[in-house]
Design a protein around this ligand. Structure first.
Ligand code: PLP
Length: 361
């Protein structure tokens, strides 16, 4: 009989700290059987880069459509075990979608704090659908995070933003899955960087699995920020970050120092990619590999292509790239490019020959 995947906390119990072990948590384990995401060979990237093997870790197929679910199973289980009444997050995107769904399964209230001004309700549709309390705070994003912190220190409320250390523990399991599939660590790991929790988590995972004897080497971590939101690359906070890649539109990353540590300890790099490069990679992923992602998710692929053009990708390398979230999160970019031109269907008469001619059959 096939092994039925039980979710991260159970599958990787021995690599969790005591407070997150399934046996400690008991009935408090909150899971949607996240993880075990596809690790797909992307031969078009081998042709472009000259690397011998390139794989894409498709995190968009997690239960709520992004890698955030890996952190959320851990954060939500911990909240439940501690007797929290509610969870809170400051988010307009994938964190809120994940928190809201996992809170339903935990039987906890979920509050999503969003800043004053125009908000994209579409991006919040998953949180709204799950019945989260959407609170629009008269202030900016930092005010939301401060309010969330205060609530969590004065009330039985758990903060589930990426500053919550349980999130990193859950997210590190993506590295384990990659090593399990490859039989060893890759030579290079590429991924997008926003608040930098994920690059921190991957590096922690690779190191711990290596110490446990599951791999013989460690990868170089190659992180990529959007050019309009590249504080780590620039070395200073970006006041008004701008990019189509909304999930990495971050001017002052929460895990800045840890991202630099991952970069330096792994002899890797953190670089930036333009919106044009991101959207080009986004399109290639769909047309060459059948992998539909939201724009931010394509930053790692865009970065690898940029490095290949600069001749910096070693021939013969094995490379893993994380694509972080599903294309249905932000589908407009498939239909409309940066130039604003919309894709339109080709009109034909009700005629078999005309259809065959256009399809070049
Ligand atoms: C959260 C998120 C990111 C950024 O991850 P960080 O841990 O903040 O660096 C990238 N892509 C998607 C789709 C995300 O949801």
């Amino acid at each position: 009989m096939a092994h039925i995947w039980q979710g991260l906390l159970k599958e990787y119990e021995q690599y969790m700290p005591d407070y997150l072990k399934a046996s400690t948590l008991g009935d408090s384990v909150v899971t949607m059987r996240e993880g075990s995401t596809p690790f797909l060979r992307a031969s078009f990237l081998e042709e472009i880069t000259g690397a011998s093997k390139v794989f894409v870790k498709y995190e968009g197929v997690n239960p709520t459509g992004s890698f955030k679910d890996r952190g959320m199973t851990a954060a939500m289980s911990n909240a439940k075990a501690k007797g929290a009444k509610a969870v809170v997050c400051a988010s307009t995107g994938n964190t809120s979608a994940s928190a809201a769904a996992y809170a339903v399964r935990a039987g906890l209230k979920c509050a999503v704090l969003v800043p004053d001004g125009k908000i994209a309700m579409g991006k919040l549709s998953q949180a709204i659908a799950a019945g989260a309390h959407l609170l629009q705070v008269e202030g900016n994003f930092d005010d939301c995070l401060n309010l969330a912190r205060k609530l969590s220190s004065d009330y039985p409320v758990e903060l589930v933003n990426s500053v919550n250390p349980a999130r990193i523990e859950g997210q590190k399991t993506a590295s384990f899955e990659i090593v399990d599939e490859l039989g060893d660590a890759p030579d290079i790991h590429c991924l997008p960087v926003g608040n930098a929790g994920n690059i921190t988590a991957y590096w922690k995972g690779y190191k711990e699995y290596n110490e446990a004897g599951q791999s013989t080497k460690l990868p170089k971590m190659w992180g990529f920020q959007a050019a309009g939101a590249a504080p780590i690359v620039l070395g200073h906070v970006v006041e008004n970050p701008e990019t189509v890649a909304t999930a990495i539109r971050i001017g002052n990353p929460a895990s800045w120092k840890k991202a630099e540590a991952a970069r330096d300890e792994s002899h890797g790099l953190i670089d930036s990619v333009t919106d044009e490069e991101i959207l080009a990679a986004h399109k290639l992923l769909s047309t060459k590999a059948g992998i539909f992602v939201e724009p931010a998710s394509a930053a790692g692929v865009a970065g690898l292509i940029k490095k290949a053009k600069a001749g910096e990708v070693p021939a013969g390398a094995t490379i893993a790239i994380t694509v972080t979230g599903h294309g249905l999160k932000d589908p407009q970019w498939a239909v409309r490019g940066l130039d604003g031109v919309e894709v339109t269907p080709t009109k034909i008469p009700v005629d078999e020959v005309a259809a065959a001619k256009i399809l070049d059959l």
